[in-house]
Design a protein around this ligand. Structure first.
Ligand SMILES: Nc1nc2c(ncn2[C@@H]2O[C@H](COP(=O)(O)OP(=O)(O)OP(=O)(O)O)[C@@H](O)[C@H]2O)c(=O)[nH]1
Ligand SMILES: [Mg+2]
Length: 372
């Protein structure tokens, strides 16, 4: 399936009379309804792909919040100890790193709070009492701790990884979404698959390639200054680009639409405002910025976003080898790829983006039927 935006929906020609146009519109509406009914009987299968921590499971959970009933109170309550432990381990780690990085606390009060945190036994307190919370807040507002946090790409700060559930199997959810009237109305069933993104998980992906109509590929644009957990010598963004190339060129996914979520741009913006520059990791960025001013490029955050997007676009234009039975041809895919900048943790952002994705998939289904 090649995805195309909705603008290609064919409009009646200017040469037709008003009566002809109206008649055509009625026929067209009937056909759309009919087609939509046929499609809604079988689920549209969407596969989430991307490197570890790119945000796949977060999108998966957002679908549950947006289109199923979200999470029960018990499920929410079950996460409280993990959140406490997460806060505790993060602040503990930052306090320890202060010494290792040779940083000073901003005040004696913060030093006392640091001693308090270090004096506690390993685990987080079962209840976060006022004294504990005050110490954590004092530390979090300390200039030294903030400087340490800004250098957290140099050491494995929790970054919610330890208590985040790394995906190791394959999960699926099915949900129904209302279809816009312009696309026939009614409801469409979607089935979404979530897989693990770490290197040792990727050999399982092929199990779900069959019948996939759209791949949502997630790239974390904030990870330009970080290396992989599973290979400390490999830059994470480089790894994501390599993986994207393999997915784009994968012959089993050749008929699936490809939509890229350039994710975590909130973290990326925070990093850049804290003084990080992608050019220190991708020197070709300097040349990229010499291009004529692009629309919507006002500051370094915008340029960084555009630079990462361009890297992905370049990959989709590379010729590659497609092996057939007797020979291997050098081809360039004519498929289009669509890009969205996302913050997967922001339900509102994902609601909007997914609505666009849904419309694209559905209108493409109809285009494939020859209706348009
Ligand atoms: N601030 C911010 N955090 C995000 C965003 N997307 C994901 N995260 C966080 O990043 C962490 C990793 O996200 P996951 O959804 O678990 O990543 P994953 O791709 O499923 O990772 P694997 O299961 O290991 O393949 C989680 O703590 C998320 O809450 C985002 O756009 N912004
Ligand atoms: Mg996951």
């Amino acid at each position: 399936m090649k995805l195309r935006p909705l603008r290609w929906l064919r409009q009646p020609s200017a040469k037709q009379s008003t009566a002809q146009k109206e008649e055509l519109q009625v026929v067209r509406n009937h056909m759309i309804k009919d087609m939509q009914k046929r499609f809604s009987d079988s689920p549209v299968k969407i596969l989430l792909l991307g490197t570890a921590e790119s945000g796949k499971t977060t999108i998966f959970k957002q679908m549950r919040i947006l289109h199923i009933n979200g999470f029960t109170d018990d499920e929410r309550r079950d996460r409280i100890p993990e959140i406490y432990q997460n806060i505790h381990d993060s602040i503990h780690q930052l306090v320890l790193q202060m010494g290792l990085l040779g940083l000073d606390f901003g005040s004696c009060t913060s030093e006392r709070s640091a001693d308090y945190i270090l004096s506690l036994p390993g685990g987080a307190p079962e209840y976060m009492n006022e004294e504990y919370c005050d110490h954590v807040m004092t530390l979090w507002n300390d200039v030294g701790i903030r400087a340490c946090y800004d250098r957290s790409n140099e050491f494995p700060l929790l970054d919610s990884a330890k208590y985040r559930k790394i995906t190791t199997g394959i999960s699926q959810i099915t949900f129904r979404v209302p279809v816009p009237k312009s696309l026939g109305g009614g409801e469409q069933e979607f089935r979404m698959y979530d897989v693990g993104g770490q290197r040792d998980q990727r050999n399982k992906w092929i199990q779900v390639f069959e019948g996939i109509q759209a791949v949502l590929f997630l790239v974390s644009c904030s990870e330009f200054d970080q290396n992989l957990r599973e290979d400390p010598n490999q830059n994470r963004l480089e790894e994501a680009l390599k993986l994207f190339r393999r997915v784009w060129q994968n012959r089993f996914l050749a008929s699936a639409g490809l939509i890229v979520f350039i994710n975590k741009y909130d973290i990326m913006e925070r990093k850049i405002r804290a003084g990080k520059h992608i050019v220190d990791y991708f020197p070709e960025y300097e040349e990229f910025c010499k291009r004529p001013q692009q629309d919507n490029c006002f500051d370094e955050c915008d340029w960084t976003k555009m630079f990462i997007k361009q890297k992905l676009v370049d990959i989709t234009q590379e010729p590659f080898k497609r092996h057939s039975r007797n020979n291997s041809d050098l081809i360039t895919s004519e498929r289009e790829c669509y890009y969205h900048f996302t913050v997967a943790t922001d339900t509102r952002c994902i609601r909007e983006v997914f609505s666009d994705v849904q419309k694209m998939i559905l209108s493409e289904n109809m285009a494939g039927s020859g209706l348009f």
